[in-house]
Design a protein around this ligand. Structure first.
Ligand code: GLU
Length: 312
C-alpha cells in the first residue's frame, strides 16, 4: 500500500518592495484558491532579504491588504529576515561537501572574461572561480556548482519544462557578497521548512524552477509540485510590477477588485455576485475555480488593473 498523500500546503511569498498591486493580488488569489480548493493550508511568507529593494512599511501594508480581501492565512507569517542562520547552515553544508564555492568576481570581471564578442548581458557565469581554491569571506559570493544535466519537471498548467542548467544559467549565486542569501537558496530552504507541497506562482518564475529543483536535489529536500499561472501585464507588455508603474490596490474597492482578479483567473462572477464582499466571492470561487480555466490563457494586460488602483 502506498503512503497517503501529504495534505496540500501552498503559499504566497511576496517581496515587500511596495504595496499590493493588482498583479500581486491576482497571484495571492490564485494560490489561495488553489490551496482552498484542495482543502489545504495557505501560508504567507514575507521574502524580506533584499534591504535595498524593500520599502519601509510595505510588509505591513501587504498583510493589511490581504486581510481586506479576506485572504486569510493559516499559521504565523514567516519573515525570511528571521531565518538567516538556517540559510547560512545550508550554504556551509554545500561548501563542506564541495558542492558550492566562493566567488570574488564582480559583474565587470565576468563581462571582461566573457569578452566583448558576446552581445548584451549574459546571465551565464563562465566558471572563473570554480576551481580556484580560496576561503570564503565577506568579499565573496557563494555559488552552487551546477552539473551538466538537464533538469525537467511537469508543470500542472504549462506542461513539461526542461532546462540544461549549466548552459542556461551556469553556477548560480546562493549567498551574496556580504552574506545575505540569494532568492534561489532562501526559497528552496523555506519551501521545505514550511512543508509546501505545491508552488503556485506566476510564469515569470518558470525558468527559475530547474535551479530550485537542482538545489533541492543537492540539499536532499523534497520536490513540491509546480503550477505557474499567467501574469498580469502592464500596457507596454512587461509584468505589472512596481517598476512598470503598478499602483497600490484600493482597499475601499475590494469587492470590485476581487471580481476583476477572479475575471483574470477565468472565473468572472455573475452580475449578482459582482462587487460583493470579497469573502462571499471567494467562497463561491473555491467551489468553481480550477487551474484548467487558465489553460491556453496567455499573460496579458487587464484593463481594470490601473483603473481601480489607489492614488499614492
Ligand atoms: N518573492 C517572489 C516575488 O515576489 C516570489 C517568489 C516565489 O513565489 O517563489 O516575486
Amino acid at each position: 500500500m502506498s503512503a497517503p498523500a501529504a495534505p496540500y500546503r501552498g503559499r504566497f511569498a511576496p517581496s515587500p518592495t511596495g504595496p499590493l498591486h493588482f498583479g500581486s493580488l491576482v497571484a495571492a488569489v490564485a494560490s489561495y484558491l488553489r490551496a482552498r480548493s484542495q482543502h489545504g493550508s495557505w501560508l504567507v511568507r514575507m521574502e524580506d532579504i533584499d534591504p535595498p529593494r524593500q520599502q519601509p512599511g510595505a510588509a505591513d501594508s501587504i498583510l493589511r491588504a490581504l486581510e481586506s480581501f479576506a485572504l486569510e492565512w493559516d499559521e504565523p507569517v514567516l519573515f525570511q529576515s528571521t531565518r538567516l542562520e538556517a540559510y547560512r547552515e545550508h550554504v556551509q553544508s554545500l561548501l563542506e561537501r564541495g558542492m558550492a564555492f566562493p566567488c570574488s568576481c564582480s559583474r565587470s570581471d565576468i563581462k571582461r572574461f566573457i569578452g566583448a564578442s558576446v552581445p548584451g548581458e549574459t546571465a551565464v557565469y563562465p566558471g572563473i572561480c570554480r576551481d580556484r581554491p580560496r576561503r570564503p569571506d565577506a568579499a565573496c559570493a557563494i555559488r552552487l556548482r551546477t552539473a551538466d544535466v538537464e533538469i525537467g519537471f511537469d508543470d500542472l498548467l504549462q506542461g513539461p519544462f526542461r532546462q540544461e542548467l549549466q548552459q542556461a544559467v551556469g553556477d548560480f549565486v546562493l549567498q551574496r557578497k556580504g552574506g545575505l542569501p540569494a532568492y534561489q537558496l532562501a526559497v528552496v530552504v523555506d519551501d521545505a521548512h514550511q512543508r509546501i507541497t505545491e508552488i503556485c506562482r506566476g510564469t515569470d518564475l518558470l525558468d527559475n524552477t530547474p535551479r530550485q529543483i537542482f538545489l533541492q536535489q543537492c540539499l536532499d529536500l523534497p520536490m513540491p509540485g509546480y503550477l505557474h499561472f499567467p501574469l498580469v501585464l502592464a500596457p507596454a507588455g512587461d509584468k505589472l510590477s512596481k517598476r512598470t508603474g503598478a499602483l497600490a490596490v484600493d482597499e475601499t474597492s475590494a469587492g470590485a477588485l476581487m471580481s476583476e482578479a477572479l475575471g483574470f483567473l477565468g472565473l468572472p462572477p455573475d452580475a449578482a455576485l459582482r462587487g460583493a464582499p470579497p469573502d462571499q466571492q471567494l467562497r463561491w470561487a473555491i467551489e468553481h475555480w480550477c487551474p484548467s480555466l487558465l489553460r491556453d490563457q496567455p499573460s496579458r494586460p487587464w484593463p481594470a488593473a490601473g483603473v481601480l488602483a489607489a492614488a499614492q
